[in-house]
Design a protein around this ligand. Structure first.
Ligand code: ZN
Ligand code: ZN
Length: 149
């Protein structure tokens, strides 16, 4: 379990949320994952899905992590559906590439509707962003190469 052994730092804000040490509202959770709102939303709907286990970022993912990433994507879709996002084509779901990830704990961003994001948000999460890798791209890299470039 290459990437999963890293221990969470006490200072990591997402580990603190996972350990119920904050008042962040947990929207969805299971044994492995949890979902909450991004504190600086860039779209009407902007959620984060994080593993309870501390994993640094998408570059540390390996082939073994494919099922984890797939479950993160599934929870991202679930929270959008639960919040009545009807057009699942107008959605951005993905990961920031370090050093552009603001919190060094693996988190999937789920944003909708993507088409109404402002210019600044497009730079961070849009299709032109070089720092944001869509989840399907991450999955295909893991499946073909076993790593994320
Ligand atoms: Zn953490
Ligand atoms: Zn991020």
């Amino acid at each position: 379990m290459g990437t999963q052994g890293a221990s969470g730092s006490e200072d990591c804000p997402f580990c603190q949320i996972a350990n119920n040490q904050t008042d962040a509202e947990i929207l969805l959770s299971d044994d492995e994952l949890l979902c909450f709102r991004d504190i600086k939303p860039s779209a009407t709907h902007h959620y984060l899905v994080v593993p309870r286990t501390h994993i640094n970022n998408c570059k540390t993912l390996q082939e073994d992590d494919i099922p984890l990433v797939e479950r993160m994507e599934k929870m991202g879709r679930s929270i959008l559906e639960k919040n009545k996002v009807s057009n699942l084509n107008d959605v951005r779901m993905g990961f920031h590439v370090p050093p552009f990830s603001s919190v060094p704990h693996l988190h999937l961003h789920a944003l909708a509707p993507a088409s109404t994001m402002n210019f600044k948000s497009q730079l961070r999460y849009g299709q032109q962003s070089h720092w944001f890798i869509p989840v399907d791209n991450i999955l295909s890299q893991l499946k073909t190469r076993g790593e994320v470039k």
